[in-house]
Design a protein around this ligand. Structure first.
Ligand SMILES: C=C(O[C@@H]1C=C(C(=O)O)C=C[C@H]1O)C(=O)O
Length: 105
C-alpha cells in the first residue's frame, strides 16, 4: 500500500462526505419548502403538479449544468426524480393532510 495514496484517498473521501452532508441538508430544506407549496395548493384547490413550471426549471437546470460541466441529462434525471417525490407528497397532503415517510409510516 502506498501511504501517500491512502492519505490522498482519505482526504478526498472526507471532502466527499462533507459534500454528501451538504446535499442532504439542501434536500431537506427544499422538501420543507415544497411541502409548504403542497399545503398552499391543497388549501386553494390547485393541482399537485405544474408541467409548465417544470419545463422552465429543466431548461434552466440543463443550462446551469452545461456551464458547470455536469452532464445535462443527469441534471434533468435528478430533477425529475426529486419532482416525482414532491408530487407524491402533494398528493398525500391533498388527500390525507400530511406526508407519510418510510419512518413515520
Ligand atoms: C413545488 C411545486 O410543485 C411541483 C414541484 C416542483 C418542484 O419540485 O420544483 C415544480 C413544479 C410542480 O410540479 C411548484 O409548483 O412550485
Amino acid at each position: 500500500m502506498d501511504d501517500a495514496a491512502l492519505a490522498q484517498l482519505a482526504a478526498l473521501r472526507r471532502s466527499i462526505d462533507n459534500i454528501d452532508a451538504a446535499l442532504i441538508h439542501l434536500l431537506a430544506e427544499r422538501f420543507t419548502r415544497t411541502q409548504a407549496v403542497g399545503r398552499l395548493k391543497a388549501a386553494s384547490g390547485m393541482p399537485p403538479s405544474d408541467p409548465e413550471r417544470e419545463r422552465q426549471q429543466i431548461a434552466r437546470l440543463r443550462a446551469l449544468a452545461i456551464d458547470a460541466q455536469l452532464d445535462p441529462a443527469f441534471a434533468e434525471k435528478w430533477f425529475n426524480f426529486v419532482v416525482a417525490e414532491v408530487i407524491h407528497h402533494h398528493e398525500q397532503i391533498a388527500t390525507t393532510g400530511t406526508v407519510q415517510t418510510a419512518d413515520s409510516a
